[in-house]
Design a protein around this ligand. Structure first.
Ligand code: UDX
Length: 437
């Protein structure tokens, strides 16, 4: 098939490369010339394992092109919308201006009988509004909603081998035809047995935000319990292992720590509550506000541990921050808990030295006031306190004996509960985890 992808950011660039890998002819479109230039040269504008190889192979096989000229996508059978829906400044609601602009632009070039497929995460009701827009502009073109569940760091695998496909389609024959077009796009995944759920447009929109709200709730649940464990002298990791064996609960997303961040979970739960308010049902999702509050408090808890460990003040103390990206295997620092902790400690007068295998460039752009060291050993030099905030493998695997030779003092906060407390204490460290005795 001929497929176009509008918006070549995180979601769109991966989706375009994956569609080419599946054998489709793909035109990636974006208004940002520098992005298009980089992608055309086979380079991703962000760190994502496996993506550069996928881009290069698509381009070399002649199946993948990137352009700023939307008219090059006019022959596409299917147009994917993969633009961002960021939080609106000063509000919890999602900013839908990029989605509306993409739809208008595509409606201007799409051939009759083609299909527009939304992949962006949107508040429920958005697709219905877009269908109305299409009826005015291009009545022969259809709209479906096909949410994307990819995780950063595993985006290529998640796109090529999704754990489920959800198609939201309009009623009647048109919806049946649209679902068949999506079946053709995802033929390989379907042949491999990927479950496919066909719904109306509203359900498909809600599936995505509900999944992210559930994941956020799970993390905030374990973090809230970790606060109780901390004062009661219990161990949150053993507790999570124990409740996680219950198949109804499951062990995944029960890791207590500094909490969730990134470009999706925080903004999606806020946009969900904003839409609930607009629908007159704010109280039904009021708990998501508490999920957000618990999550923010985790960052504060780490800062409080730091102040306590350093005897009541971090002023003028040297603190090594291990990790600035919001999670490992990503250079994304959007709403990063790690970076927030670093900034708060700096605000309290600490001399903060932050390191990260991939995230320094992005972090530096947002917070140039922090000091960054690409090498973990350089960041550790003479530290009074080490704070492990993003669990990259190289920090998980730090040797307590060697680390102690570099730092000035023996204080460590393991804000992701990934180190072995007994081992670190045995080697002379004052170890503090989150909700660990
Ligand atoms: C998330 C969803 O998982 C994905 O399905 C959706 O498409 C986009 O949003 P992502 O933002 O890439 O993906 O990150 P994810 O792996 O879900 O982690 C989110 C945050 O939760 C990270 O900051 C992570 O460190 C944190 N987390 C995760 C925890 O604090 N504890 C856990 O147990 C798991």
């Amino acid at each position: 098939m001929i497929v176009s992808v509008f918006g070549c950011g995180y979601l769109g660039a991966v989706h375009a490369a994956a569609m080419a890998d599946l054998g489709h002819t793909v035109i990636g479109v974006d208004i940002d010339e520098s992005k298009i230039e980089a992608l055309s040269a086979g380079a991703a504008t962000f760190f994502e394992p496996g993506l550069p190889d996928l881009l290069k192979s698509g381009i070399e096989r002649g199946r993948l092109v990137f352009t700023t000229d939307i008219r090059e996508a006019a022959d596409a059978d299917v147009h994917f919308i993969a633009v961002g829906t960021p939080q609106t400044p000063g509000s919890y609601a999602a900013d839908l201006s990029y989605v509306r602009a993409a739809l208008t632009a595509i409606a201007g070039i799409a051939k009759p009988g083609s299909l527009i497929v939304g992949k962006s995460t949107v508040p429920v009701g958005t697709a219905a509004e877009l269908v109305e827009m299409l009826e005015d502009r291009a009545p022969d073109v259809s709209l479906a909603w096909n949410p994307e569940f990819l995780r950063e760091g595993f985006a290529v695998k998640d796109t090529l081998e999704p754990d489920r496909l959800v198609y939201g389609v309009v009623a009647g024959d048109r919806g049946v035809r649209d679902a068949a077009a999506l079946d053709a796009v995802y033929a390989d995944a379907l042949a491999a047995g990927t479950p496919r759920i066909i719904t109306d447009l509203a359900t498909a929109e809600l599936v995505k935000v509900s999944a992210n709200a559930f994941l956020a709730t799970k993390i905030s649940f374990i973090n809230a319990v970790s606060e109780i464990a901390e004062v009661a002298g219990a161990d949150i990791t053993a507790l999570a292992d124990a409740i996680g064996h219950d198949a109804r609960i499951g062990r995944k997303f029960l890791n207590a720590g500094v909490g969730f961040g990134g470009g999706c979970l925080p903004k999606d739960i806020r946009a969900f509550t904003a839409r609930a308010e607009e629908l007159g049902r704010g109280s039904s999702l009021a708990f998501l506000h508490e999920v957000d509050v618990i999550n923010q408090r985790q960052r504060q808890r780490v800062v409080e541990h730091a102040v306590r460990l350093l005897g009541g003040s971090v002023n003028d103390r040297r603190i090594a921050i291990l990790g600035v990206s919001f999670k490992p295997n990503s250079d994304d620092v959007r709403d990063s808990p790690a970076l927030d902790v670093a900034v708060q400690l700096k605000g309290l007068g600490a001399h903060v030295i932050a390191t990260d295998p991939e995230g320094i460039e992005n972090a530096c752009r947002r917070h140039p006031q922090l000091t960054y060291e690409p090498s973990v050993n350089d960041a550790l030099v003479d530290a009074d306190l080490v704070v492990l905030v993003t669990e990259w493998d190289e920090y998980r695997n730090l040797d307590p004996v060697e680390t102690l030779k570099i730092t000035r003092m023996n204080n460590i906060i393991d804000a992701r509960n990934v180190l072995d407390p007994a081992n670190w204490r045995e080697k002379g460290w004052t170890y503090v985890g989150i909700g660990r005795p």
